[in-house]
Ligand binder design. Structure first.
Ligand SMILES: [Zn+2]
Length: 138
């Protein structure tokens, strides 16, 4: 664990190992259904749309737009105390899927952040194995 990192840390699962290897390598990897030709998130072997397992991995562009966001002043976990105010968000990736993340490198002020604002992925290394995908203004 990185010194001083005291937030919850994701635990890779068999279906998400490649996703976490990707974020560590600076890539946002998504599952893609080769039958109904769409990307989806979170990573799993079975397509959530058509139920087939003819799926593969793709590397996302990292471009997205903000679907919704909040500005947190009272953190749900003591590890986030030093970060307040911070901006958890749902972003819609260029490839279609939505994912939960955090908007960074922007002032946590509602006049500086808006729905549909263009953002791009950045990676925060938190341990030797885990880097978290976050998004900053594009
Ligand atoms: Zn499908």
């Amino acid at each position: 664990m990185a010194d001083g990192y005291n937030k919850p840390i994701p635990i890779p699962q068999p279906e998400s190992d490649n996703y976490w290897e990707g974020t560590k390598a600076g890539e946002l990897r998504l599952r893609h259904c080769d039958d109904c030709n769409q990307a989806y998130f979170y990573p799993r072997n079975i397509c959530p749309e058509c139920g087939n397992n003819n799926t593969s991995w793709i590397v996302a562009s990292g471009n997205a737009k903000i679907h919704t966001f909040a500005i947190v002043h009272r953190p749900p976990h003591p590890g986030f105390m030093d970060d307040i105010p911070y901006v958890p968000a749902i972003v819609e990736l260029e490839e279609g899927p939505k994912m939960a993340t955090q908007i960074v490198n922007v002032e946590a002020d509602p006049s500086k952040i808006s729905i549909d604002m263009a953002v791009k992925v950045v990676f925060e290394s938190i341990t030797d194995e885990i880097s978290l995908p976050k998004f900053e203004p594009a």
